[in-house]
Write a protein that binds this ligand. Sequence first.
Ligand SMILES: Nc1ncnc2c1ncn2[C@@H]1O[C@H](COP(=O)(O)OP(=O)(O)OP(=O)(O)O)[C@@H](O)[C@H]1O
Ligand SMILES: [Mg+2]
Length: 251
Amino acid sequence: MSAMPPPLLKMENVTVDFDGFKALTNVSIGLAPCALRILIGPNGAGKSTLCDTIIGRVRPTSGKIWFKEDLITSLPEQEIVRRGICRKFQTPGVLPALTVMENLLVSARKNRAWWHALTTRVPPAEMRRAEEILEIVGLTDRRDVPAASLAHGEKQWLEIGMVVATDADLLLLDEPTAGMGPQDTQRTAELIHSLIDRHAVLVIDHDMSFVEALNGYTTVLHQGQILKEGSVADIRADAQVEAVYLGRAKE
Ligand SMILES: Nc1ncnc2c1ncn2[C@@H]1O[C@H](COP(=O)(O)OP(=O)(O)OP(=O)(O)O)[C@@H](O)[C@H]1O
Ligand SMILES: [Mg+2]
């Protein structure tokens, strides 16, 4: 029997206590390289806190987190990022005055100050990869326009592109479809699917049509605890999930 490959990320019994309020209680999650994981749950369930904890912005009160077999629980955020985890926040964070391409290059050249990233010559391989990412996120024809002039959905895609450009092994996407219409939401699901040949992706979202289009292994958080894990169909069929989350989401 062959041994299971080591997970890329492993969280074990992670608890986060904010002055007596438990935002996470004994959460354990494993994620293989190039795997897709969906995280859903009501407002305040602890989804963003879970991302914050992985990337070192919030410290677990107890529990451990491993990345590529190294314990990262008490490393500084910058060091965790350097080791290959990148996070997209709930709100878009593009640099509005720079063009779409410039935003990608700044993000790819994360070790350098942004003015330096733009004033030094970009090596051809880096430029090719940036053009590839433009294609992946569907913004090739918007390459040279300032990010400020992009539509809302396009801004979100550029931000996903910026996360991809860091070449991190694990991408954390917190509500990538926030404020999008149904068409852009579907397009975002396709875009995320095209990323998992190179990256593991943890996606947080509320929109069940998006979760269904993503159709990956799903974890349901409720009051800081894992309520259910399984395929989207399993989640859909679960009476408890229906009661605490899906029923409410329909209202
Ligand atoms: N720094 C903090 N100090 C105290 N409480 C916090 C802190 N950060 C988050 N919380 C609380 O922890 C709980 C979980 O918050 P979190 O932002 O992780 O939820 P969420 O699942 O991402 O919700 P949403 O769907 O609204 O984004 C909430 O009750 C929130 O108020
Ligand atoms: Mg959140």
